[in-house]
Design a protein around this ligand. Structure first.
Ligand SMILES: Nc1nc2c(ncn2[C@@H]2O[C@H](COP(=O)(O)OP(=O)(O)OP(=O)(O)O)[C@@H](O)[C@H]2O)c(=O)[nH]1
Ligand SMILES: [Mg+2]
Length: 310
């Protein structure tokens, strides 16, 4: 086993060229600034769900980009906030570990954010000895003057950082960002097999697609109180049968999610099924049901099972 003291060079895995670069590029920022939109653009796949409501992302989700000479391990993280219940504490732990293991940080802000809302995170990033890119997102929604003002502001805040305006939604400046990331990657063998795209299992993506439809179809309170759990995933010759449970915190929420005569759950189910079929490239039968699970967001045992706590 190689220890820290050892200067001996480890042999590279078979097929990995000399000088191969690899690193963890972690995407951090306030809620709703466009972190997941950027991650999907960079990875070229819809790995993270996106919504105009804040707190859409709840986990750390890795997306890999592989080339013969390099591997980038992007991590999308939940928006930084002051936690008010246990689930959010778990969400902020994902941010904390992403700060610890980064080789490069993409600090995402947008043209509307005056200053980073969470000073502790900002101070930590400012003190780090790794490359930091401050990305001012949503420049498609503003003019040149405002964009320049924001660039000057962030460059003064973080003099060592590379500051760039982007539009994650329209892909503006994303290709050149990729080139600059690759330049800064440390020389390292790959961290994951080169044919992998993500660290999350299929069931995670299925539950996220369903949660995305809940975010789309309901007002604020319902999505924040919901968790989706895929109970079974059975591959049959012509169809994949999926059974998933939507957990809500109260009886009244259950009624809203079901809707009159089951109208709402049907809409969520139909929309989710179409996206899941596209995602897995197979026909899907989706069986959705709703269950009241009081206070799951504050229950440590349940949160652990749902992957929010270690
Ligand atoms: N106009 C415009 N909208 C954008 C851009 N990037 C993201 N958005 C929109 O901003 C909203 C939030 O995007 P997300 O990618 O979910 O943001 P996030 O930072 O991951 O949010 P959380 O996971 O909730 O912290 C969505 O409605 C996106 O479509 C952009 O470049 N331009
Ligand atoms: Mg997100």
């Amino acid at each position: 086993m190689q220890t820290v003291e050892s200067n001996e060079k480890q042999p590279l895995p078979e097929g990995v060229p000399e000088g191969h670069r690899a690193g963890f590029v972690n995407i951090i920022g306030s809620p709703n600034v466009g972190k997941s939109t950027l991650m999907n653009q960079l990875v070229g796949e819809r790995i993270s769900i996106i919504n105009r409501k804040a707190q859409t992302t709840r986990h750390r989700i890795m997306g890999l980009v592989n080339e013969p000479d390099w591997q980038i391990v992007y991590s999308d993280t939940p928006g930084v906030l002051d936690p008010s219940y246990k689930m959010q504490e778990g969400m902020m732990k994902f941010v904390k570990t992403a700060l610890q293991d980064a080789d490069l940080i993409l600090l995402v802000t947008d043209i509307y954010e005056d200053d980073l809302a969470h000073p502790d995170t900002f101070t930590k990033i400012a003190a780090m000895d790794i490359p930091v890119f401050v990305l001012i997102n949503k420049v498609d929604l503003t003019d040149q003057e405002k964009a320049m003002e924001r660039i000057a502001f962030w460059q003064a805040r973080l003099p060592r950082a590379t500051v760039a305006p982007i539009s994650a939604l329209h892909g503006f400046n994303v290709d050149s960002l990729l080139e600059r990331i690759v330049e800064k990657l440390p020389v390292s063998p790959p961290y994951f097999p080169k044919d992998e795209l993500t660290n999350k299992p299929m069931r995670f993506f299925i539950s996220e697609i369903i949660r995305e439809k809940i975010l789309t179809h309901f007002k604020q309170e319902i999505p924040y109180s919901c968790e989706v759990v895929v109970e079974s995933y059975d591959v049959e010759p012509t169809i994949v049968k999926i059974r998933a449970e939507i957990r809500v915190a109260r009886d009244s929420q259950k009624q809203i999610v079901i809707g009159s005569g089951g109208s709402m759950i049907k809409r969520v189910g139909t929309d989710a099924r179409k996206d899941i079929e596209q995602f897995i490239g197979q026909k899907v039968f989706l069986d959705l049901y709703v269950r009241v699970d009081k206070d799951w967001r504050d229950d440590e045992v349940k949160l652990r099972r749902l992957g929010y706590l270690d």
